[in-house]
Write a protein that binds this ligand. Structure first.
Ligand code: GCU
Length: 480
């Protein structure tokens, strides 16, 4: 389903974005200990020089490590209180080779071989974040090159107190914590079934301009969304074209969802080709890094196959059973979602029935199947199937629209409301397609909205947006 929705977007080159990960955000910190940035040019340098010949640095320059093992930059940072702190290194690496460093804290081992992959150019600056334990007061943080290439060009180190900055209270993540699958439901950390409701991005290769401070603040605080689906296409100009860029975009979006207390659903948006096995090697690389970095967060959910199509259920199951252990190796308690054949309809859009999955279930634990529908195309037979499915196996609706399966056309709000009522009664979680301003009826914002900063209220919304915002923002019913 929704086969053609990326095609027209691909024909809108004016809307294609090249946003740089993290560049568009500024989230106010609420805790007393604000993050502090230390410029590398003021640090203690051994076998390196301060330079300023590559634009884009902050402060007055950056450190160019000598190209030798053992060259280092040493920062003295102050922690208001002992505990876990995040270290964010801003850097550039104009080569294609990783330039790892060992991070020591007060002479003790901290992080081994922290990776600083190529950024594409010496003028292209990116961030790497890691968590360490600091003592109260001054701490000496040394970053030492572990290869003969030396370290990356080091612009700055930003230190933030994670223990001093608890997640905002009363947010969906604060209330529910780490999720797990319990029977056919998604349960919170108190083992109570919950329903999550939120929005999916459009393809981040096209609509990254719709994911910024103002829009995410609106999603979290005006729409009261519980969950944010990050839709990363693999083909169609997505991940395959620049794995580093897209992985970094997703890292950044996960952090933004986390700061706002929303669950972050990482969507491996395979679509064409429809056989997920085509992209298994890429998926392993991507999810290993994502899970490794975010495994300690309580709010990450992994969706390993958006819409399998033109592929048998047996082959989707084979892919899932290969991928789930890859994620679990990094993040043992992470919930995984798996798309189903026939564009995530349990085979129904292939003219089959859901019993094929019931009779040959995925051999794994703590996962949910996914189901997609577009209410103007998929009427009673799909609605009834979703109802039967939810009684038998764990299911999450990672995409739906109030219009046709192209993501466009007239809205069928009557049919859509029947789905909403079913999903509420069976606590089936959902994310609606989509949080962008493309020209189709299913993109919630009016065209042009994303170039500005006004995302709250109903003013910027198309009819489908007005309708779905009401249904996202109605009060949660999270059991205590
Ligand atoms: C180039 C670049 C430097 C960089 C160096 C390196 O000389 O201009 O900024 O530090 O390569 O490979 O480390």
């Amino acid at each position: 389903m929704a086969r053609s929705r990326w095609v027209a977007a691909a024909l809108s080159p004016a809307l294609i974005t090249t946003a740089i990960a993290g560049a568009v955000f500024s989230v106010p910190q609420t805790a007393s200990a604000a993050p502090v940035t230390y410029q590398s040019e003021n640090a203690t340098i051994s076998q390196g020089v301060v330079e300023s010949n590559h634009a884009g640095f902050t402060g007055t320059g950056f450190v160019n490590f000598d190209n030798v093992t053992g060259s280092y930059v040493e920062y003295t940072v102050n922690a208001a209180q002992a505990g876990t702190h995040s270290l964010t290194f801003r850097y550039a690496n104009g080569t294609t080779a990783n330039r790892p460093v060992n991070v020591t804290i007060n002479g003790n081992p901290g992080v081994s071989n922290l990776a600083f992959p190529g950024t594409g150019a010496w003028t292209s600056w990116q961030s790497v974040t890691t968590n360490v334990t600091l003592a109260a007061g001054d701490n000496v943080i040394r970053t030492t090159a572990t290869t003969a290439n030396g370290g990356p060009n080091a612009d700055s180190l930003t230190v933030d107190s994670t223990t001093g900055n608890p997640p905002p209270t009363g947010t969906p993540v604060e209330i529910n914590g780490q999720l797990h699958v319990c029977g056919t439901k998604l349960c919170n950390e108190r083992n109570q079934p919950i329903q999550l409701r939120g929005m999916s991005t459009h393809g981040i290769q096209w609509y990254a301009q719709c994911i910024k401070t103002a829009s995410l603040d609106a999603l979290a605080n005006d729409w009261n969304a519980d969950i944010f689906r990050i839709s990363m296409y693999i083909q169609e100009g997505g991940y395959q074209t620049n794995p580093r860029k897209f992985t970094d975009l997703v890292h950044g979006y996960i952090e933004e969802a986390t700061k706002r207390g929303m669950y972050a659903l990482v969507d491996w948006h395979q679509l064409s080709p429809g056989d997920p096995n085509y992209n298994t090697a890429r998926a392993k690389t991507f999810f290993t890094e994502i899970a490794q970095r975010h495994k300690d967060k309580k709010n990450i959910i992994y969706d390993i196959a958006n819409e399998p199509n033109g592929v048998s259920w047996a082959n989707v199951k084979r892919y899932a059973e290969e991928m789930i252990p890859v994620i679990r190796a990094q993040d043992p308690d992470g919930v995984v979602f798996v798309g189903t054949h026939g564009w995530s309809t349990f085979g129904i859009s292939d003219g089959k029935s859901e019993t094929e999955v019931f009779n040959n279930p995925i051999n794994a634990t703590n996962f949910m199947y996914t189901f997609h529908f577009y209410a103007a195309s998929h009427k009673d037979s799909y609605l009834n199937a979703l109802s039967r499915i939810a009684d038998r196996v764990p299911v999450f609706v990672t995409e739906f629209g109030t219009q046709t399966s192209s993501g466009d056309g007239g809205n069928d709000f009557t049919m859509s409301q029947r789905y909403i009522d079913l999903m509420a009664s069976k606590k089936i979680g959902w994310t609606n397609w989509n949080f962008s301003d493309d020209e189709r009826s299913g993109a919630v914002f009016k065209e042009g909205t994303c170039s500005g900063n006004n995302f709250t209220g109903t003013g910027p919304l198309k009819p489908a947006g007005v309708w779905v915002r009401d249904r996202v923002r109605s009060p949660d019913n999270f059991p205590s």
